[in-house]
Design a binder for this molecule. Sequence first.
Ligand code: SF4
Length: 530
Amino acid sequence: MSDIYANARSTSGTSIRRRDVNPQSGMCPICIKECTVMCEVGKSAFRGREVLYPEPEQFGDSTASSNKDYGLDWSHFQIMTDVIGAKGIAADSNLALFPNADVTTELGGIPMLVPVYITGLGSTDVARRYWDTCAVGAAISGTVIMPGENVCGMDTETKFDSNGKVSHSAELSRRIESFRSFWDGKHGDVGVQTNVEDQRFGVDVYALSKLEVNIIERKWGQGAKAIGGEVRIADLEKAIILKKRGYVVHPDPEDPVVQKAFKDGEFRTFERHSRVGMPDKRSFVEDVEWLREQGAKHVFLKTGAYRPAVTAFTLRVASEAKIDQITFDGAGGGTGMSPVPMMNECSIPTVYLFAQVMHGIELMRKNGMYVPDISFAGGFVNETQIYKCIAMSNHDSNPAVKAIAMARAPLTAGMKAQYFAELAEKGRLPLSFSEKYGAKPEQFFVEHSELEEKYGADFKKIPPGAIGVYSYFNRIQVGLQQLMAGARKFKLNLINRDDIAATTDLASKVTGIPTVAEIDMDTFDEILLG
Ligand code: SF4
């Protein structure tokens, strides 16, 4: 595969003067002096390390991901439909209707109305700004949401006790309350994710004891990068506070030369980095025991797309610690701010990672080991991908994958809905949109009346963005029901590997799923002639 985007990527705001680029370098075949186009090399001559990141000017109102084609993704599988009988419901044409397909699930002991949940909305500005959108959207959809790492550490109002532990965080408290204000108390829940910095600040104990959360998630990494959370800080005073709290801040906001450069507009944002964890088996097992003693009812682990040996280590350790759930996050997903080269070139792409995890789980089951629930993340956007992932994790009416974790897609749904509601208020909706769907939220949100009826006077407190998240999850739910009904499987735990065929030899080789040409051929002749 040629590397034609090596010198121009929309993620980093770079482009190229000529289209017929060198397929190895991505540079114009002829590079000239009088070129004003900002390619990767050209822009780096001015902005240096900034060009490693998604456009800094968009930070806070954007998400980004890899744009590399890994040669294997969920589109390389086909869902097999059926016409004979029905499973999970009576084989009755009046009952085997797609709205009767049951898509509810349970993840790490938490019942959910849809097999998707929102994860990793941490200390990036986009996560903070759209928290209410996603949290209320998750609550009214009956699913889980996990605030990401560093929420307390980034809140300048956070209060610490004499031991440097968090004693009050208005921001974390706001996030929990936002979800709970629309939670039915039965489906989904809100937890707290903790990385190295959070553990240093005692965020876990604060969340369990003061905010009474039920879920703590330890974070080892994410598919988009493996070097800890990063955000941009546009405020010098805040950058200094964060440095004093022990964060790695670049450039040094206490250096007078740096301060002058910042004030002169040489650069507009500081980078704040988190440290990486150093997990080992014994300490992790002890840590999980300790979390349960502190009151954690559910312990989750979120890990990135590290090399296969680390996946084996993760499964082993998680099994010994008997954690409730692991989220594996494959390369190809999204982020608020990760280096573009890392997003594109590092880690295991989702389908390959999925195959490695499934191999591990089969081994664990054969050897009588405890198997935690699994959720997968890494570029999921629709019901067909979700269906394939859950089905391919199921050998025996017990899919290993209980749900799909998403961040970028629901954020996009929420951002879009919020933005269009703002445009409607200003009378500035695109004509092409308002002519088709109406100019008022009660017209263009197709779920508006249903939610208004359900929530009565409280409906006004639902942010427009949350209606967007709800509608998006509703589309996924109905889409899944249709696919399940097409396969005549009316319960989520019944969709299995037999329902999937691979469209390429590579997809088949990596996952062990037969190709479209092979599936059912062992019984084909007998059915025909028998
Ligand atoms: S600087 Fe050279 S390689 Fe970059 S866009 Fe201009 S001509 Fe092309």
